[in-house]
Every structure is written in structure tokens, then in C-alpha cells.
Write a protein that binds this ligand. Sequence first.
Ligand SMILES: Nc1ncnc2c1ncn2[C@@H]1O[C@H](COP(=O)(O)OP(=O)(O)O)[C@@H](O)[C@H]1O
Ligand SMILES: [Mg+2]
Length: 320
Amino acid sequence: MLAALREGFALSKPALSAFSISKKFADVQAVSKVDLSLAQGKCFALLGRNGAGKTTICEMLVGVIAPDCGEIEILGQPFHATVPNKRDLLENIGVLSQETRLYQKFTVGETLSLFASFYAASLDVATVLELMALTAKRNKRLEQLSGGERQRAYLGAALVGDPDLLFLDEPTTGLDPLSRKNVWEIIEDLKQRGRSIFLTTHHMEEAARLADEIAIIERGEIVAQGGPRQLIQRYCEEDVISVQLDQPLPASDLESLQHSFPPARELAAQSYELKTSETFKAIKYLIALCDRLGIIIQSMEFRKSTLEDVFFQLTGKKLP
Ligand SMILES: Nc1ncnc2c1ncn2[C@@H]1O[C@H](COP(=O)(O)OP(=O)(O)O)[C@@H](O)[C@H]1O
Ligand SMILES: [Mg+2]
């Protein structure tokens, strides 16, 4: 089926594209004119806080809800509720929705067999169990699994149809760090097998680790988009210096510090954060300033900017 669907498509066609899709719920503009494109074999992460519009976008992309306007293409083919080849296109898609609640009395094996039956061509259940490290849990009911195992079972259900394009809506939210890492490894493995992955997350490290392309979403709008390094270079080229003093800086000195190295940010009463591309000049300045004022520097460190700094710069908010 996949081969048939792919015939006639150049491999350079994006796995998924959206053109100016929007969605309003009553008086909430959940998504506004979002454009996005996922290249085949790559991972695209939609990064944003709760309520930013990630699930709404995901649901529009997989055809669960219709956009108010805009267009969606899968493998270069228009995709909406009434396209005649919808069945073929769906064969090509796997979805892990954010609120997945499968039948808890089914065993892992029964769940995967059921999902396999939805597809004309599917993977062998044993293969998926192995990929998900669930072979030993095949006969356990979903209700008997740990949170991490259950999420891997749901992920297995999303990919037992051997889809080319996977939608994963917050696949690791609520998981402990080890289970989260397990899921990341599975996603990396899928990428290596050439699958295209559309991922939503509010987890910075997840986006930085897995995504080739990240779109930062805030209040339904994409505020920045690019590769993880590209985003840092574009928005936060500077180093971040954090300094903890034994007392607050006097207002006039804080003002001149901010003037010399904008934007200096007061984190707590006597700890400050500076962003600068002149790191050593700023360190010398701070040492001289504190010497002159008789203020003791309790700690000082500097680091390269991260995606978290980009997110804060663009939205003025921190991710959880
Ligand atoms: N079915 C709905 N009816 C009304 N408002 C909704 C509905 N679904 C989502 N919203 C609103 O749309 C906005 C985006 O929600 P959502 O897409 O779930 O965000 P996220 O997945 O990023 O947390 C939120 O303000 C949410 O309350
Ligand atoms: Mg959501």
C-alpha cells in the first residue's frame, strides 16, 4: 500500500505540510495561520506551553478536527475529511494522541493485534513487542503495566501499521526520567529507520534531542522556527553569566550594568543573569564593580545559551 501510494511522488516531497491552518473554539483562537513542513525521514517538534495550541494542530493534521481555513498535505496529497483517497493516506499514518486511553482489560498482545487489524499491511506483533521492549509483557493487561510500559504499548499501537508518518502528541508527558529516555530511544530508532515524525512537547530537552526542526508555538501562533542550533544562533548567540552576590546591587549600579551588558536580569534579590557575547569583559566588569562596592561574589558561572533561553526570549515565559 505504501509503495503504491508513494509511486509517482518524488521523495523530496515533504511528508507533511500545512498552509495557514487556523482553528477557533467559541471565542478562543486556538490556532492562527500556522504553516509547517516536515521533510521525509525527519523529526519536527512543536514546542510550547500548555494551552499553546499543540493538540489542536495535531488533531487538524490527522483529520480528527477540520481547520476553519488553510490546507494540509500528506506526501504532497491534499488531506481533509472528504478526499477520495483518505483511506490510503490513513494507512500511512500512526497517531499517539495525548489522551490515549485504550481498553485496559486487553493484554499488550491483544491491543497490538487489534491495531494491526486496522491496517492492510502491518508489522508482525512480535516485532513491535521487541521494538518496544515489551516482549515479556505480551500477556499482561494494560492495567497491570507501569506508566512507562503502558506508554510504550500505546506507542506500539501507533506504529504497528508500519506507518511512514507518525504523530506523537506529548509522548513523554507524565513519564519518569528513565521511561522518558526509553521513549526517546524508540523515537530515535524510528528516525533511523526513515520514519517521519511530528512531535509535540513542552519538554525542551526532548525537542533539542529529537528534532531536526523546531517550531515554537505561543497562543496558537508559531513565533520562531528552525533547527535547534539555528534558533540559538538566531535569537541567543550570547553566553549567559549567572552571578550570586552577598547583597543586592544598588539601583544605580544595576542600571549601569544593564546599560553596558543588556539585558541583565535580576533573578532573586541578589542574583543576576547577563547575556553577552563579551563574556570575559563582562566578568572583569562585575569583579571590578563588586570590588569597588565591597560586595562579595558568592558564585559566578557562565554557559552557552540554550533553547530554553530562546524560548524565554521569544515568549517571556519559562517552560515547566
Ligand atoms: N474543544 C475545545 N473547545 C474549546 N476550547 C478548546 C477546545 N480544545 C482546545 N481548546 C482551547 O484551545 C487552546 C489550545 O488548546 P490545545 O490545543 O489543547 O493546547 P496544548 O495542546 O498546546 O496544550 C486552549 O486555550 C484550549 O483551552
Ligand atoms: Mg496538548
